[in-house]
Design a protein around this ligand. Structure first.
Ligand code: C5P
Length: 222
C-alpha cells in the first residue's frame, strides 16, 4: 500500500469529524465519515420497519442499500439510494437507534468492507469507532479522541439547536451515554483504543490546536 490512512476514533460527540474534516482539507485527503454510513443504514431500517432480529430481512435490506458520498465546495453529502439524507441522519430518531443497528454483525461486515474499499489507493481520513482497530489496523496514523461528558453534551446540544431540533441536555446526555455503552460493549468490533493510537483529549483545545497536533503527528510519519 502506498497511500496514507489516518484513522480517527473515539466516543460519540468528541469532535472527531470536525478534526477529520480540517485535516483532510489541509492535506487534501478524502474525508470519510463512517458514522454517517451506519446512520444511513439505520434510517433505511427505520423507514422499512426492518426487524432487527430477522437475519434474512437484514441481509435483503443490506443488498438494497447503496451509499455514496458526494463532495460539494464546503461539505460532503451522503446519498442513500440516490437521496440526500445528510440532514435527516443527524436527527434524534436516528441517533436513538443507530447503536442497536450498528451492533448487528451483518451490518458491520457490509460496511467495513465498503469502508476498506473506499480506502484503497487514495489518501483518506476516516472517523468512527473501529477504524484503527478493525477497518484499517495498519493505518499510518491513529488518533483516539476523548472529551469530558459535559463538553460533549454541550457541543451536541448546540449542533442540534442550530438545526432547529429542540432536545434537552438531559436527553442528549442519556443518548451519548447509551451509545457509548452499546458501542464499547458490543461483541463485533467494539469501540476501544488501538494500542498504537495517539490519545487526543480536546476538552480544552481549540479546533486549530487539535489540527496542529494531528498535523505534527502526520509529519513524523509521512
Ligand atoms: O460518529 P457518529 O456519532 O455519527 O456515529 C453514530 C453511531 O454509529 C455510533 O454511535 C456507533 O453506534 C456507530 N458507529 C460504529 N462504527 C463506526 C462509526 C459509527 O459502530 N466506525
Amino acid at each position: 500500500r502506498d497511500n496514507f490512512i489516518i484513522a480517527i476514533d473515539g466516543f460519540s460527540s468528541c469532535g472527531k469529524s470536525t478534526v477529520a474534516k480540517a485535516v483532510a482539507k489541509k492535506l487534501q485527503f478524502v474525508f470519510i465519515d463512517s458514522g454517517a454510513m451506519y446512520r444511513a443504514v439505520t434510517l433505511y431500517f427505520l423507514r422499512h420497519h426492518i426487524d432487527l432480529t430477522d437475519t434474512n430481512e437484514i441481509n435483503a435490506a443490506l443488498d438494497d442499500i447503496h451509499i455514496d458520498f458526494v463532495p460539494h465546495t464546503d461539505k460532503v453529502c451522503i446519498l442513500l439510494n440516490g437521496e440526500d439524507v445528510s440532514e435527516e441522519i443527524r436527527m434524534m430518531h436516528v441517533s436513538e437507534k443507530v447503536s442497536e443497528v450498528s451492533a448487528i454483525k451483518e451490518v458491520r461486515h457490509a460496511l467495513v468492507k465498503q469502508q476498506q474499499d473506499l480506502g484503497k489507493r487514495r489518501n483518506i481520513v476516516m472517523d468512527g469507532r473501529d477504524i484503527g482497530t478493525t477497518v484499517f489496523p495498519d493505518a499510518e496514523l491513529k488518533i483516539f479522541m476523548t472529551a469530558s461528558p459535559d463538553v460533549r453534551a454541550g457541543r451536541r446540544f448546540a449542533e442540534l439547536l442550530a438545526k432547529g431540533e429542540l432536545v434537552s441536555m438531559e436527553e442528549i446526555r442519556q443518548n451519548l451515554a447509551h451509545r457509548d455503552h452499546m458501542d464499547s460493549t458490543r461483541e463485533e468490533s467494539p469501540l476501544r483504543q488501538a494500542e498504537d493510537a495517539i490519545v487526543l483529549d480536546n476538552s480544552d483545545l481549540t479546533q486549530e490546536e487539535q489540527l496542529q497536533i494531528v498535523l505534527e503527528e502526520y509529519e513524523k510519519r509521512k
